[in-house]
Design a protein around this ligand. Structure first.
Ligand code: HEC
Ligand code: HEC
Length: 284
């Protein structure tokens, strides 16, 4: 046990009763007996060994029952969100009388797109998450209102766009014009927050595989987002998850859609480059 682990345990022990060991399992994820998912991949070079030689999907840290729900679309409640997303995709909205489908055709035409987001946009000179891009289309192409972040149709559409990319490797660019945003996200990842004085890395890098309360700590990857959580029985966006994790350290936090969380999403996504796009996944 290294010093960082010791200090985490003392910090967390104040608030949390149990911390024990339980390694990631060796199960394999095939969805609908058809889509073979890469849930363990060689760690990206930029991690410099911080997660050992492998990155792992959060799927490996869930119980067999929860894992099974993701192996068949009929058992995955997140797929209802995908169906909602498909309805929205084909619905005309806004002053221009257009739907997403009017310009983009079938939703399956978007296969591969989710794997590259968050992504630099030249025209806007900013890193955009998929939700920001969808809102840009709604406002500037359809004359419709933007969705609130992680609200309304935003998550069903994100789940739809994710589902058509399932099995493809996450591959976000971190160099070129995206680099400074990526570095900002990395700084946030290693910043200690709250009364517990914990960074994302203290839990998801130094202690993945350990138990915290009744929960099995994963590497905190975002390749499975949006995620259907059994805890709140709905689709959850990654920014809402970040917010919850920071709140658990008893810190005030950033909001979904804030520049800080956009940068953090880019950085965290890049930590899972090589894992399959898995959303909508099922988690606790
Ligand atoms: C009037 C036409 C139009 C409509 C309607 C429209 N878009 Fe777009 N969309 C575009 C254009 C143009 C681009 C930019 C293409 C490019 O530069 O690659 C784009 C880009 C995108 C991208 C990024 C693709 C990539 O490869 O990075 C996504 C995702 C997207 N749109 C989703 C949607 C969704 C979801 C809707 C409905 C809510 C929608 N769009 C409605 C025209 C439209
Ligand atoms: C006190 C420990 C702790 C800290 C600090 C923490 N998390 Fe978490 N996080 C958890 C727990 C517990 C879970 C639920 C079990 C799991 O998937 O690891 C979780 C889940 C997640 C997930 C979902 C993973 C999946 O596969 O569904 C993501 C993403 C995540 N955290 C990101 C972050 C980020 C980014 C930060 C820093 C802003 C952070 N966490 C800080 C404890 C923590």
């Amino acid at each position: 046990m290294n010093f960082k682990t010791m200090s985490l345990i003392s910090a967390v022990a104040l608030a949390l009763p149990t911390l024990g060991m339980a390694d990631a399992d060796d199960d394999t994820l095939v969805i609908n007996e058809e889509i073979e998912m890469t849930t363990k991949a060689a760690a990206p070079a930029h991690l410099d060994g911080a997660l050992g030689d492998k990155v792992m999907s959060g799927w490996h840290f869930r119980s067999d029952e929860t894992q099974a729900m993701e192996m068949d679309d009929f058992d995955n409640p997140g797929m209802l969100g995908v169906e909602d997303g498909e309805v929205i995709w084909n619905t005309v909205e806004g002053s221009e009388g257009k739907s997403c489908a009017s310009c983009h055709g079938e939703s399956s035409e978007m296969a591969g797109v989710k794997a590259t987001y968050p992504k630099w946009n030249d025209g806007a000179e900013e890193v955009r998450t998929l939700q920001m891009q969808v809102n840009d289309c709604r406002v500037n192409q359809m004359g419709a209102e933007a969705y609130g972040y992680d609200k309304g149709g935003a998550l069903p559409l994100e789940a739809l766009l994710s589902s058509v990319s399932r099995g493809m490797p996450v591959n976000v660019a971190i160099d070129g014009p995206a680099q400074s945003t990526w570095e900002q996200g990395k700084d946030i990842y290693y910043t200690r927050f709250g009364q517990l004085n914990l960074s994302c890395a203290n839990c998801h890098e130094d202690n993945y595989g350990n138990m915290i309360r009744a929960d099995h700590l994963s590497q905190g990857q975002v390749n499975g987002f949006p995620t259907y959580r059994l805890k709140n029985t709905k689709l959850n966006g990654s920014h809402s998850r970040f917010k919850g994790c920071i709140r658990d350290t008893r810190a005030a936090t950033f909001n979904p859609g804030s520049p800080e969380f956009v940068a953090l999403e880019l950085y965290v996504t890049s930590r899972g480059n090589g894992l399959s796009v898995e959303g909508p996944s099922v988690r606790n």
